[in-house]
Write a protein of this length. Structure first.
Length: 671
């Protein structure tokens, strides 16, 4: 039936066409709108559904001890009962069969003897008389039972008598079940012979044969057919009873095993639950103990262990709190005398030109060690903040390339003095992330300072990469390298690969520890790799959005390591500080464009060290704008010191970073 026509006013669009769709589209038109296509929901193939079902069952089997115990018990019990039931059924069947066959053979022997006595006592001489005797005897057998279903006579093949009678039978005895083998045995051997047969109606039975002699008619074969259907029904009844009993027993056994398993495993489950709560920090969690059996002993032992752990952990927490308070109090108490010593040292250092060489050298050493002491004090305060959980992030969206360029600019003079070329590889696209720039700069300065210190004058590669969910920076040197055991301990506090090695750069041994804590505070991670003689690499990986999971890093740490390429940006080479930068890429000092090398913060530019010019020679060689480090607490001497104009740039160090006091003092301690 076609849909009704739709009236269209003048000037309106053409109405939707109704009718069969064009060939090849396979859509069904709708009278009220454009053609739509009906696609039946895809049906999951049976093989896939079966595979999922098997996988679910396998998962439950592996994850549940109760399921394994109950399943094993049910399957084992069912197999054992099946074997036992089969043996019992066979014994009952064989016993019934043998007993019944014996009874049937005895009945057949009686029948044969009675028939022979009847025929011997008869005086029949003609065919009619013999036929009458035989019929009378057969009629008498109609009322006989004993499991016989019929009796019939057959003339023996070797009978040569002249008198022949019709072969009578009772109850329409099945003559077709008689086999030639049984007839040959009866005729040739005589006596009583029998054979199992299958009666009409697929019933089991036997046929018994023997020879009898009729008056005037000679030898005839007498066969009696017996049925075993009642015995078969008895066997089937026994099997059904055994099957029902075995199934019930298996179900009861499974239920008992399930109940016992739950009863036995309940304390184990409680112990696992209590252990999880203990691992979550709930140290007062205990198991419920009932009775005095082995399970109760398990619960008591667990509770004693938990109580012992609680006491030890509380003692260690108390000691840790005392240690943190001690470090924090000592650090704060040392700031006042350190400020006084710093002011006196600054005066002496400023007047060192009027001293003789020995005293001038002592003043310079005093000034350098004061820098190191102040850095160590700031690091201890920062470590105490991390230990107390008081460290917080001041997050803002920044381009990590700009932070890398700034750190390279700050350490350019140190790299030049050590003879190491710093090569930065960064993508052309921005690598923005929600970070605390002060802490990220501190991490990068620690990594770059260590690379310069241990790079042995060889090139240092800094690679920046980003993906959809993470940004990463890898600092790689080609110096002495790290061993596998060293890489595991490089972030430990005050750790050095060679304890006998001096700290030539003035580091405190806390730089990498603070860097690792800063990375964890961002939700990221800091990783190390190295091989002796091949150099070392440190990779900082941070999530692009605050609070997100960092996932896999977009930049490889080890040489030859594969990283996911989905969402990653291509890498280009950023020239060293002070050189011309292609348009669009961040300059080391934070500027862009072809003249970025002379922009703010560039090496030798107006913002390099506040003054933009080289300072007097320090005790460790040429220093850029020889200045004292800013006071971490922002004391009164900060504005009077020569580097007051660098207060903003020095803020990370004032917050406890182990960054260098000058260009020749990298922060942190490498191997």
């Amino acid at each position: 039936m076609r849909p009704p026509a739709v009236a269209v006013p003048d000037g309106a669009a053409d109405p939707p066409q109704v009718g069969p769709p064009p060939p090849g589209i396979g859509s069904v038109p709708h009278p009220a709108g454009p053609a739509t296509t009906y696609r039946p929901p895809a049906r999951t193939p049976l093989r896939v559904r079966l595979r999922r079902k098997v996988a679910d069952l396998a998962g439950r089997w592996r994850s549940s001890l109760i399921v394994r115990v109950v399943s094993t018990t049910i399957v084992g019990g069912a197999l054992a009962l099946a074997v036992l039931g089969g043996v019992i059924a066979n014994q009952i069947r064989d016993s019934l069969y043998d007993e019944r066959v014996t009874q049937m053979l005895e009945d057949a022997a009686v029948r044969t003897r009675d028939a022979q006595q009847t025929f011997d006592s008869a005086t029949a001489t003609t065919t009619q008389q013999v036929q009458l005797v035989v019929v009378d005897w057969v009629d008498a057998l109609e009322t006989a039972s004993s499991g016989a279903v019929g009796t019939f006579l057959m003339r023996s093949p070797e009978n040569t008598a002249a008198v022949t009678i019709a072969e009578p039978s009772t109850n329409a005895a099945p003559r077709e079940v008689l086999s030639a083998e049984l007839r040959d045995a009866v005729v040739d051997e005589g006596g009583l012979h029998w054979q199992p047969v299958r009666l009409p109606g697929d019933e089991p039975g036997i046929i018994v044969g023997s020879l009898v002699t009729l008056p005037a008619a000679g030898e005839y074969e007498l066969y009696t057919v017996y049925t075993l259907a009642p015995e078969e029904e008895t066997v089937y009844l026994v099997l059904r009873v055994l099957a029902v009993g075995a199934s019930s027993l298996v179900l009861v056994l499974g239920a008992m095993v399930w109940a016992i398993a739950r009863w036995v495993l309940r304390p184990v489950q409680q112990a696992a639950f209590a252990a999880e709560r203990l691992a979550d920090g709930r140290l007062d969690e205990r198991m419920e103990v009932r009775g005095g059996d082995e399970l109760a002993v398990l619960g008591e032992s667990f509770n004693e262990m938990a109580a012992s752990l609680q006491r030890q952990i509380e003692r260690m927490e108390e000691l840790s709190r005392l240690q943190q308070r001690f470090v924090s109090d000592v650090s704060h108490e040392l700031r006042t005398p350190l400020t006084t010593i710093r002011m006196a040292g600054e005066l002496i250092h400023d007047a060192r030109g009027s001293f003789d060489p020995a005293v001038r050298r002592s003043a310079e050493l005093l000034h350098a060690q004061l820098d190191r002491f102040e850095t160590m004090l700031a690091d201890l305060l920062e470590i105490s903040r991390f230990d107390a959980g008081a460290a917080v992030l001041d997050v803002e969206e920044r381009d990590v390339r700009d932070l890398v360029a700034r750190v390279v600019d700050l350490d350019a003079l140190l790299a030049e003095r050590k003879g190491s070329e710093v090569r930065v590889h960064a993508p052309a696209e921005p690598c923005t992330a929600d970070v605390d720039p002060r802490r990220v700069e501190r991490i990068l300065r620690n990594l770059l300072g260590n690379a310069i210190e241990h790079g042995e004058g060889r090139p240092i590669d800094i690679t920046v990469g980003c993906s959809d969910g993470a940004v990463a920076v890898v600092v790689r040197d080609h110096g002495v390298g790290l061993g596998p055991e060293d890489a595991e301990h490089v972030f430990d506090r005050f750790w050095r690969a060679d304890p006998a090695r001096a700290r030539t750069s003035g580091g405190t041994g806390l730089g990498l520890s603070i860097s690792a804590e800063d990375a964890r505070l961002h939700g990221g991670r800091l990783e190390a790799w190295g091989e002796p003689g091949l150099g070392a690499a440190f990779r900082l990986t941070l999530p692009r959005r605050a609070g997100a999971e960092v996932g896999r890093s977009p930049v490889p740490l080890r040489p030859g390591e594969l990283v996911p390429t989905a969402g990653a940006t291509s890498l280009v080479t950023l020239p060293p500080a002070g050189l011309t930068v292609p348009p669009g890429l961040p300059a080391p000092g934070g500027g862009t464009g072809p003249n970025a090398g002379t922009g703010p913060g560039a090496v030798g530019g107006p913002g390099a060290n506040g003054a933009g010019e080289a300072g007097p020679s320090g005790p460790n060689g040429s220093r850029a704008a020889e200045t004292a480090r800013p006071n971490a607490a922002g004391g009164p001497d900060a504005a009077a010191r020569p580097d007051a104009s660098r207060a903003a740039d020095a803020a990370p160090r004032g917050a406890g970073a182990s960054s260098p006091a000058g260009a020749d003092e990298p922060a942190g301690e490498g191997p």
